[in-house]
Design a protein around this ligand. Sequence first.
Ligand SMILES: [Zn+2]
Length: 343
Amino acid sequence: MQVVFVVIDALPNQWVTPEWTPNLWELVTEGGWNPRGGKAVLSTATYPNHASFVTGREPASHGIFVNRVWDGSKFVISSKVGPKGDTIFKAAGRSGISNAVVVGDHNLIGVMGAEEADACWPPDGERVDVALDEFRYAADSSVLDAVDTIDLVSADLGFVHFNEPDTVCHLFGPDAEETKERIRSTDAAFGDLVERYKPSWGDTVLIVVSDHDQEPVVEYGFDLADALRQRSLSGVVENEGTCAVVFDGPATETLMTFDEVEGAIVLDAQHTLVWGKPGHVFGPWLDGLHGSHGSPRTSTQVTVVGGGHAQVPVIASALAKRRLNATDWAPLVGELMGFQLTE
Ligand SMILES: [Zn+2]
C-alpha cells in the first residue's frame, strides 16, 4: 500500500466543487468525503494543525498552540522547536516504511519534525531559490518539481503541502474571484500529482485535507497586550490573525470583559485563546490583506479520500459518517500502514 497525505493550505471547503477543483472533485466522486468537512484544532493557524496532523495530538500535548511557541522566556517560531511526541515519520521509519515530505511553506519541516523523514524538501527547512508565491513560500510548481527531485512518489508514505491557496486567501479574501482562480490552478497542480500515482493506483490511498478556512477581514488593530497593561493585568500576548493566545494571563472571565473579546477558552494551564468579532484581526493594520484565520470560526477542514486501494471505500464511509478532527489522521494512517505512534 502507498499512502499520500496532501494538505492544500486554507482551501475553503465551499470551493471544493466541479467548477473550482475539478481534479479534487473527481476524487470526491470516485472515493469520498464529508461535505461538512473536518475540524481543526485551536488556534486555527497553520502550524498547530500540521503538528496535529503528524502527531495525532492536541496542541496541549504537542505544545504548538499558535505559529510561535513560548520557549521559556519569549515566543519563537515553532519550526525551531518542533512538536512534542512521536510523529508519523518516526513511527513509519521504525516499521521500515519509507516516507518522504515536500512542503510549500519551508517552516513546516521543523514544525512537523519532518527532518526525521527519509527524505524531505526543502532539505533543511530553509527557503530555497525556486519559484515562490507572493508571501515567498514555494509556488505550487516548485512543490511539484520537488516531488520529482526527491522521488516522493516512490515512498510508501508521502506528505505534500501546497501553500498558494493560503496566500491568495490572505491577499484577496476567501470569497474573491482571484482566490477562486488560484484555487483552480492549485487544483491543476494537485491533478499533476495524482497523475504520478496512476501507475500504482490500485495500491494507493490518497488523503486530501486543508488545515483551516479563512474569514474576510473587516477590521484590524485591537492591541490586547496594551489593553491588559492599561488594567495592570499580567500575560504575554501572541497575536494570531483573528485570535490571540495569552500566556500566563488573566482568567477567561476577566478576558471576556474586554468589549473586543467575543470568546475565550483555556487551552492548557498557561495558554488561553481569545477571539474577537467576525473578521476582527488582533494586532496592527496590515495593508493589502483581506483574509485571516485563527478563531474557531475558521475551523472547517476539507476531508477527502481517493485512490484505487480496497481500503478507500472503507475510509470514505467512515469519513461520511463523522467529521474527523485534525488529530484523527495520524492514527488512521498508522492503522492503514501497520505502524503505531507511541503514547
Ligand atoms: Zn494554513
